[in-house]
Unconditional design. Structure first.
Length: 289
């Protein structure tokens, strides 16, 4: 059974002990309600490090006022069991007051990659993410930290922050884990009723169509985005938030498409906001510079 600790001091003590025993430290930050996507991150960390710390913290500073902070699923006991099965050694589950001192007034802001996609629709979200990641990195002091490609913009923001602020942590991306029907696993999927869940399958389907279009030679980001959008709209029960077809590193539009491209989508099924993406290698069109 992985041990659960609540205080920063206790985590630091355990990590110092593990390091003294010659172990490298892997870290998997989560908000809990763990599923097979999280498990993949934990297993990767356990395979690549002598000691794996998993954090479970529903970070209030990354939620907007109208978002689902209060109803976000919390179920520590089941999470600890799954964490242990995956190979985690320690679960850090702080209370909000244990993470943020009263009067907390210091923020970390990545100013470019955070601007578009989800950042444009969730003001302050990536500031909350970056700040909590820095805090967690300073508490755990890992050698490696594992992030899912499912939250693609988050991964890129964290990689940029680590580079820009000289953290010596290796950020390890992990491919998106999907249910057999193609839906990316997410803690928020449990909000979906069966019909909403069926409708949500249009998202991975549309992403695949977009990727196939690019692989088939389409080089217009607008045409690819339109095709993805219309497949999602055609489903009839989803509410589109955005489709973006952008460079996978800069998250900026490139036209004509070339290099590594990410197609990123956010859409609502019922009240539940879902995100997903696909990365496509896109050879430069013949004749382009
Ligand atoms: P969350 O608990 O949703 O904040 O996610 C914690 C970490 O798990 C993040 O790095 C996510 O990108 C990652 N993650 C969530 N869902 C998946 C998935 N389906 N596949 C891979 N990684 C995931």
């Amino acid at each position: 059974m992985a041990e659960v600790v609540r205080s920063k001091e206790e985590v630091r003590r355990r990590v110092v002990e593990a390091r003294a025993a010659g172990k490298s430290i892997g870290f998997v930050p989560t908000m809990g309600a763990l599923h097979i996507g999280h498990r993949e991150l934990i297993e990767r960390s356990a395979a690549e490090n002598g000691y794996t710390v998993l954090s479970i913290f529903v970070n209030p500073t990354q939620f907007g006022p109208a978002e689902d902070l209060d109803r976000y699923p919390r179920r520590l006991e089941a999470d600890v069991a799954l964490a242990a099965e995956g190979g985690a050694d320690l679960v850090f589950a702080p209370a909000v007051g244990g993470m943020y001192a009263s009067g907390h007034s210091t923020w970390v802001e990545e100013a470019r990659l955070s601007e578009g996609l989800c950042g444009a629709r969730r003001p302050g979200h990536f500031r909350g993410v970056a700040t909590v990641c820095v805090k967690l990195f300073n508490i755990v002091r890992p050698d490696r930290a594992y992030f899912g490609c499912k939250d693609y913009q988050q991964l890129k923001v964290v990689q940029r922050m680590v580079r820009d602020l000289d953290f010596t942590i290796e950020i390890c991306p992990v491919e998106t884990v999907r249910d057999p029907d193609g839906l990316a696993t997410s803690s928020r999927n449990q909000y979906l009723d069966p019909e909403e869940r069926r409708a949500a399958l249009a998202i991975p389907r549309a992403l695949k169509s977009g990727a196939d279009l690019i692989r088939g030679g389409e080089r217009s980001p607008r045409i690819v985005a339109e095709a993805v959008r219309s497949e999602i709209v055609r489903e009839g029960r989803l509410q589109m938030q955005y489709v973006e077809v952008v460079d996978a590193e800069t998250l900026e539009i490139v036209a004509p498409l070339g290099g590594r491209i990410v197609i990123a989508v956010a859409a609502y099924s019922g009240q539940t906001r879902l995100i997903d993406n696909v990365v496509v290698e896109c050879p430069q069109a013949a004749g382009s510079p």
